[in-house]
Ligand binder design. Structure first.
Ligand code: OXD
Length: 318
């Protein structure tokens, strides 16, 4: 069996080949390079170029090295017919990402609840002359948290926040039931979900329906001085609306892990906004060995003719 790998990160490529090879010892794993049109049974991909799919014999499945498949689907929208028709596209399911997302969201929620961000700001502004002053923590009862997107990652984040005693709401396209979380579904319930939230964590898939959802209308429905945590995609956020909302005090602060342009360019205004916390798309790293093992087990299941989870509904976009 031949497995073709593409990753844009050349420095990680040998480690990925080794991981996939050790999870699937009988396979031959090779790294794709331009001009490689040789046969492959399976492809394991992160941000591949369109050229990888040209003149390729039939693949049995394509695995994405992440939870989000938006980049591949955007490639298909730009250049229709790029993705081989009828070949299942499979995203990673958790593989160690849900726990990392929960850690990130919990850190942000506690930091804002206890106003640690503001103590940092005061210290940065005044150094040793910082006033020795107590800030009233936000009352936990009114610190309502909303998680947008209740897929495997969002559901785990919502549950984890609820287990710490936060009042948590969850929003998804179709109705979900999660113990300890008030769930809402569909566009008609979005206003009720948002009403008075103090903190929003975004974990939606990026699709033409959800891109731009973090905008001035959404911010206007939150509690005054609410917080935004975007862990999904930069395309969800209307950046100018966030800047206006922070300038006006409508939002108190934002923590952003993802950006329309990554790396975030040095001249971007977010870098100069003290109330914007920036991390470089690290909220849930793809863990090599768990990911390689998950893909290997799914390949084995497909070879036995069994159904697997994580197959993307291309029309739905996730
Ligand atoms: C992913 C990501 O989709 O890392 O997994 O963004």
């Amino acid at each position: 069996m031949k497995i073709l790998l593409h990753t844009p990160h050349a420095e990680d490529a040998p480690a990925w080949v080794a991981s996939l090879q050790s999870a699937q010892p009988s396979a031959h794993v090779r790294l794709w390079s331009p001009g490689d049109t040789a046969d492959a049974d399976y492809a394991v991909l992160w941000r591949p170029p369109a050229e990888l799919f040209a003149r390729r014999g039939k693949l049995r499945a394509m695995f994405v090295l992440g939870a989000g498949v938006d980049a591949l689907l955007a490639l298909e929208r730009r250049e229709p017919g790029t993705l081989p028709a009828g070949v299942p596209l499979v995203r990673l399911e958790d593989a160690g990402m849900a726990e990392q997302m929960a850690q990130y969201a919990i850190h942000a929620a506690l930091r804002y609840l206890r106003r640690f961000d503001e103590y940092d700001l005061v210290r940065r502004e005044h150094g040793g002359d910082a006033p020795w002053r107590t800030l009233e923590p936000h009352p936990r009862e009114s610190f309502h948290i909303g998680v947008l997107g209740l897929g495997m990652l969002g559901a785990h984040v919502a549950k984890s926040l609820a287990s710490l005693g936060f009042s948590v709401r969850g929003y998804s396209r179709g109705m979900k039931t999660i113990e300890g979380v008030d769930t809402f579904a569909g566009a008609s319930q979005l206003p009720a979900f948002l009403d008075g939230l103090k903190l929003v964590v975004n974990l939606l898939p990026s699709t033409p329906d959800t891109d731009g959802i973090l905008n001035r209308d959404l911010f206007a429905r939150l509690a005054h001085g609410a917080y935004l945590v975007n862990l999904a995609r930069g395309a969800h956020l209307v950046e100018a609306d966030l800047i206006d909302a922070l300038d006006a005090g409508r939002l108190a602060a934002a923590t952003l892990d993802v950006f329309a342009q990554e790396p975030l360019p040095p001249e971007h205004p977010f870098w100069r906004m003290p109330r914007v916390t920036i991390t470089p798309h690290i909220s849930a790293l793809t863990l090599r060995d768990p990911a390689a093992r998950q893909i290997a087990r799914k390949i084995e299941a497909l070879e036995r003719g069994e159904a697997i989870g994580g197959i993307v509904d291309i029309r739905r976009g996730y």
